[in-house]
Design a protein around this ligand. Structure first.
Ligand code: SF4
Length: 147
């Protein structure tokens, strides 16, 4: 089984209540090979919610306490993001998952590239919090941009 960001399969769990539907990724789900997750909703955050970005670092910095996940007006959701990431990891371990396909650039799901914390659409190298935690635990993390 593969862990997949739910928004890529059309679930309206994106911060603004929309989704990031991707036909190729949905096909994987339709074939019964995917477990859908949304770490932000699984953390207890509601949808819609304020957009947030990692400030001054990436997922590894958040997990190691050097960076925070904040909205533009300073709401701190760092603890929620760590909680959501751990819930996804728990599901991955339970189901012996070895691979994840996660939404690019997201502060939770982003693989290798995330928004830079300025809310300007610019990106920096680095993983989101969930992507980082999965990778640290030996799970291969890809984004929809790899397909
Ligand atoms: S947390 Fe991940 S699955 Fe949830 S909306 Fe954001 S990118 Fe999609």
């Amino acid at each position: 089984m593969i862990i997949v960001s739910a928004c890529l399969c059309g679930c309206n769990c994106k911060y603004n209540g929309g989704n990031n539907y991707n036909e190729k990724i949905k096909k994987i789900y339709d074939e019964g090979e995917a477990i859908l997750v949304c770490p932000e909703e699984m953390s207890g955050l509601s949808t819609p919610r304020e957009p947030v970005e990692i400030q001054g670092g990436s997922g590894v910095d958040v997990l190691e306490g050097r960076s925070k996940v904040l909205s533009a007006n300073g709401t701190d959701v760092t603890d929620k993001f760590i909680k959501g990431a751990n819930k996804v990891l728990e599901i991955a371990v339970k189901n012996n998952v070895k691979k994840a396909i996660l939404k690019a650039k997201s502060p939770s799901c982003g693989a290798r590239k995330i928004y830079d914390g300025t809310f300007s659409g610019k990106t920096v190298e680095g993983n989101g919090v969930t992507a980082e935690l999965l990778q640290l635990n030996g799970i291969e993390v890809l984004s929809e941009e790899d397909f």
